[in-house]
Structures are given as C-alpha cells and as structure tokens.
Design a protein around this ligand. Structure first.
Ligand SMILES: Cc1cc2nc3c(=O)[nH]c(=O)nc-3n(C[C@H](O)[C@H](O)[C@H](O)COP(=O)(O)OP(=O)(O)OC[C@H]3O[C@@H](n4cnc5c(N)ncnc54)[C@H](O)[C@@H]3O)c2cc1C
Length: 419
C-alpha cells in the first residue's frame, strides 16, 4: 500500500478542513490534511469565536455598495475598500454589487440560515461529546445601539428577517440593556439579543479538532505548502508540496481565502476575495461583558472568555496584503471605548489580522466541482466559518461517503459559478 495515499486528501487545516476530516474519519475514511503552517494558523486563529445563526442576513442589500464606496475616503471605516485598482478585486466588487438587491438578499439569508442553524446544533454536540476544552458558552449575543436611527434600521433589515427565518431575537429597550449588561456605558438606545448564539475560543477549538483528528487516525502534514497539482484527464492525480507528493482518491479543497489562488492552477475561477479583519486580545478585565457583544455603530465585536477578552472585526478589501494596520487596530480600540466602561484588559496578549474567505454572493461554496470528478470544494465561509464548520464537515462527509445529507446542499453547489 502507498503510504502517501489516503481515501481523502484535505487541502488546508483551518476549522473547515479539520471539521471535514473529523466527520470523514467518523464515517470510516482514511484522511490526510496538507497544511502550510500549523493547524488553525489561518483565519481560524484570532477571529471573534462567536457561533451566530443571528448572522444569517448577508451584508449585500440595497445601499451597502454606497457605504462601501464612501469608505474609500476613510481608512478607519468599519467596511473599507482600498481605492488602489486591482482587476480581480474590481470584478469581485462588480459581482458583489449585482447581489445588492432584496431578491438575492432573501436567497442568501435562507441559504445561510439553514447551514448556520444546523451547525449550531451539530457543533454543540461535537464540543460536548468530545469534551473539547475550548471555553464554549451559550450566553447569546447582544447587538448594542447608541442611536435610534441604527436601532430602527436594524429592526427592519435584521430583526424582522430573523423572525421570518425562525431565529429568535429579542428587542430590548435602552434601560433593559443597561440593567442586563452593566459593562456598557450609559446612553444605549436599544439592543437586539440573540439567545441562540454561542461563543468559543477559536484557537482552542481548532487545536482540539486537530488533536481529535489525529487520535482517530487522521494524518496532519504541517509545514506542507501545496505548490502544484498533477492531473490526469478529469482527475487530480497528486498534489506536490514542500514536504513531498501526496495522493487521495478524493480531494477536498478547504483553503479558506487562499482557495482562489490554488484553484486557478486547476482552471477554476472562484469568485472570492480576502476580507481582511483584525483583533486585539487582552487578559480579562475586571468588568467584562456578560454576553458576546456587537457594538453596532462602530461595528466592533467583543468576546469574553475565562482566559481573555477580544475586540475584533472590521472588513477591509485590500487584496492579499499581509500585516497589521495600526489605523484599523486603533479604530477597534476607539469603537470599544465609546461603548464599554472598561474597553481594554490589563495586558495585550495578541494583535492579529486574518483573511475571511468572501464569496461574491456571501454563501459558502460546498460540493463537488463541476470540472474535476474527484474534487470537492469546502470554502468561502466568509464571516461565518467557525459557525458553519460543523455542518460543513458533516455535509462534506455525507456527500463523499454517500450518506443522506442532513441539509439540502443545492444552495452551496459550486455549479452556480460553473466551477
Ligand atoms: C476578525 C475576524 C473575526 C471573525 N469572527 C468570526 C466569528 O466570530 N465567528 C465565525 O464563525 N467566523 C468568524 N470569522 C471568520 C472565520 O475566521 C473564517 O470564516 C474561518 O476561519 C475560515 O476557515 P477556513 O478553514 O476556511 O480558513 P483558514 O482558517 O484560513 O484555513 C485555511 C488554511 O489553508 C492553509 N493554506 C493556504 N494556502 C496553502 C497552501 N498553498 N498549502 C497548504 N496550506 C495552505 C492556511 O495556512 C490555512 O491554515 C472571523 C474572521 C475574522 C478575520
């Protein structure tokens, strides 16, 4: 038997690749993950760690494009478009603009809701059954508004949509918010509370998944950067990496924001762009919020764990530009200081940036490639990869192993983009 061959070769060891590996191993397949760094070192590392069916409504709606275009003038805007011209980014933006209408909004919201709700359930079972030590908590998530204008706008474009999708949302008056969340400064206009949301520490979740995958017999090749694909007719025959050549009967591409770069080699044009975000992690302050928070006007997400406290978010379209950006980190700090009595912990543990894998329609791309007979895509989870990870792994395993899918895979099919 060829030691470099497995039933399934998984490209990318983020939460998506790891969750696919876990569910495939459970179904009896042999699995190998190829990861250029260490498992969970990409976008899965320093994100906000919220598990949010509440985020089913997409960003794209009438008006979003105007907000994005105006942001080109403000380098600290929560949603920022870098004005430097770049062909693929420009094409992506045109595609995104086409989705800024209510029909596509509704379609994306339904598709996101289905996988988010399934994943919320499956992820809870996974964390409990496997006793993952990842600071999982189910306190819900609270959106906080300091202006009536923003509060009322989100009633229409957020809360009413969640009502229709069957995702519970509670409307809290300003004084109720103040009573239930003492960490907030006075002057809150209202809140939308999502009791079904949860949170975890994402680096711990990825580490626990990786440990479990290995304990179940999965192989993780860390430090194996994928360089070239070898193809034969309509199949991927092998994958050449910096640590050797590997083969799999089936191949799952779970490369997050890097997916379009490698897919290009296979002649697949994935309509994706990196949506850069930042986070700052502190040791936990004495007066920490009871719930995960989204401070809506500055668009800052605040997550509290026993072991820390994180400010995160911002969405920047600047292509594949690496590194921290002080202007945007400062905007996170300022936004948090507007809303919280204590907006920073005693010690900074980490400043971080990551690339969200953003598809043009804000729906993940999961399913068989229409071009390569042994390739499955599991990518483009955007702002919601941790939240969608468990249901993605479950779905990929059922599609590859022939089980009945627990979720209708149609809305996620790569065929919608001809890939
Ligand atoms: C600031 C911020 C906050 C966020 N908050 C949340 C949140 O609260 N909840 C939520 O659900 N989601 C959140 N997200 C989104 C979430 O982080 C992503 O959707 C998710 O991590 C994507 O997982 P992935 O496995 O697809 O990608 P990644 O974790 O990026 O994994 C892809 C992997 O592929 C590897 N790779 C790339 N190229 C190669 C190569 N050539 N060879 C080998 N390996 C390669 C990379 O090293 C990487 O490990 C947030 C993101 C950001 C940036």
């Amino acid at each position: 038997m060829d030691a470099s061959r497995s039933d399934v070769l998984i490209l990318g060891g983020g939460v998506i690749g790891l969750a696919c590996a876990y569910f495939l191993l459970k179904s009896g397949a042999t699995v190998r993950i190829l990861e250029q760094g260490n498992p969970g070192c990409g976008s899965s590392h320093g994100n906000c760690g919220t598990i949010t069916p509440s985020h089913a409504p997409p960003l794209a709606m009438p008006g979003t494009l105007g907000v994005a275009l105006r942001s080109m003038l403000r380098a600290d805007a929560p949603l920022y478009l870098n004005p430097r011209f770049d062909g693929p980014r420009f094409r992506w933006l045109l595609g995104f603009a086409r989705h800024c209408n209510w029909r596509d909004f509704e379609h994306a919201a339904q598709a996101r809701s289905a996988i988010l709700q399934r994943s919320r359930h499956v992820l809870t079972e996974l964390v409990r059954n496997e006793r993952f030590d990842c600071e999982f908590g189910e306190e819900g998530e609270l959106y906080v508004y300091r202006t009536d204008k923003a509060f009322h706008a989100d009633q229409r474009h957020h809360a009413d949509v969640l009502d229709r999708l069957g995702i519970t949302v509670e409307r809290w008056r300003g004084d109720e918010v103040a009573t239930r969340e003492p960490a907030l400064k006075p002057g809150v206009a209202g809140g939308l509370f999502h009791p079904g949301d949860a949170r975890l520490r994402p680096d711990r979740y990825a580490a626990e998944l990786a440990d479990r995958v290995q304990a179940m017999g999965g192989v993780i090749e860390s430090g194996a950067r994928i360089d070239v694909f070898g193809t034969h007719q309509d199949r991927i025959d092998h994958v050449r990496t910096t640590r050797g050549v590997f083969r799999g009967d089936r191949v799952v591409m779970a490369l997050g924001a890097w997916s379009p770069l490698l897919a290009k080699q296979l002649g697949l044009r994935l309509p994706m762009q990196p949506g850069k975000g930042y986070s700052i992690t502190y040791s936990r302050p004495a007066l920490a919020p009871r719930h995960a928070l989204v401070l809506r006007e500055p668009a800052v997400c605040v997550t509290t764990w026993e072991t820390g406290f994180r400010l995160g978010s911002t969405m920047e379209f600047s292509g594949y530009v690496e590194g921290l950006n002080r202007t945007r980190l400062d905007a996170l700090r300022r936004g948090a200081a507007q809303g919280l009595h204590v907006s920073e912990g005693p010690a900074v543990q980490e400043e971080w940036w990551g690339w969200r894998p953003m598809s043009v329609d804000e729906v993940p791309i999961i399913g068989p490639s229409s071009r390569w007979s042994n390739l499955m895509l599991a990518t483009a989870h955007g702002m919601l990869g941790v939240s969608m990870s468990a249901a993605t792994g479950e779905l990929v395993a059922s599609m590859l192993r022939g089980g009945a899918p627990s979720l209708d895979p149609t809305p996620y099919a790569p065929a919608r983009f001809g890939v």
